[in-house]
Write a protein that binds this ligand. Structure first.
Ligand code: GRF
Length: 218
């Protein structure tokens, strides 16, 4: 990508992933990128305050103000297009985007999911992991397609699930890895290192070992 990558972060709540991305840009870990706007579908989202503190523009677009999903998404698309957004980063955005929205920003939307996709897709991924008795779970950054939680995977981190684990303790530990792999995925996107073929992402960087992000060596 030549020039500055203009990023929109979409949130619904807490915004700790947003915070980690803000820091990564601030510290120059991600270069040539700017968070132009933070959009929330919830006016009480804590993440909005984090953005405002950093002087980042915030916009609230709530579904209750729209009669259909399509009209809601039209507003979202119009808002993002007006701001010339290059990359849309979903960070705890609790809405499923339709193919109508996705096709407007093909291969320009990323999401983070708190499990090793394709395992434990959907809601309460950490609870699903704890209940299932798996030994490992983790987190996944992937491109968004019209199929929920199924787009090409960019990075995953593996996190052990202990016997005495609760949803809460596992969520906390996974979150620490989310804060590492999301900035990394964005950095590689901005540097033009992600190549999508079919449902696979090739990372064009010989220094990056695709399988190195395994706890606890991160
Ligand atoms: C994270 O666990 C993320 O994986 C999921 O929603 C949560 C958002 O947390 N999609 P935060 O708002 O970034 O703190």
């Amino acid at each position: 990508m030549s020039g500055l990558c203009r990023i929109a972060v979409l949130i619904s709540g807490r915004g700790t992933n947003l915070e980690s991305i803000i820091r990564s840009i601030e510290t120059d870990y991600i270069k040539k990128a700017q968070i132009v706007v933070v959009v929330s579908d919830n006016r009480d989202a804590q993440g909005l305050l984090r953005a405002e503190k950093q002087g980042i523009e915030t916009i609230v677009i709530e579904t209750k103000d729209f009669s259909t999903k399509q009209s809601y998404e039209e507003k979202l698309i119009e808002t993002l297009q007006k701001l010339n957004i290059d990359l849309i980063v979903l960070a705890g955005f609790m809405r499923v985007l339709s193919s109508y929205f996705v096709k407007h920003f093909k291969w320009r939307i990323m999401n983070i999911h708190p499990a090793l996709l394709p395992a434990f897709a959907g809601l309460q991924a950490q609870r699903q992991a704890v209940d299932s008795g798996v030994r490992f779970s983790g987190c996944t950054v992937h491109f968004v397609t019209e199929k929920v939680d199924k787009g090409p995977i960019i990075i995953q981190a593996v996190v052990p699930v202990y016997v005495e684990e609760t949803e809460d303790t596992l969520s906390q530990r996974i979150l620490q890895y989310e804060h590492k792999i999301y900035p990394k995925a964005i950095k590689m996107y901005v540097e033009g290192k992600l190549e999508i073929t079919g449902n696979k992402v090739k990372i064009k960087d010989e220094r990056f070992d695709q399988n190195v992000l395994i706890s606890p060596s991160l």
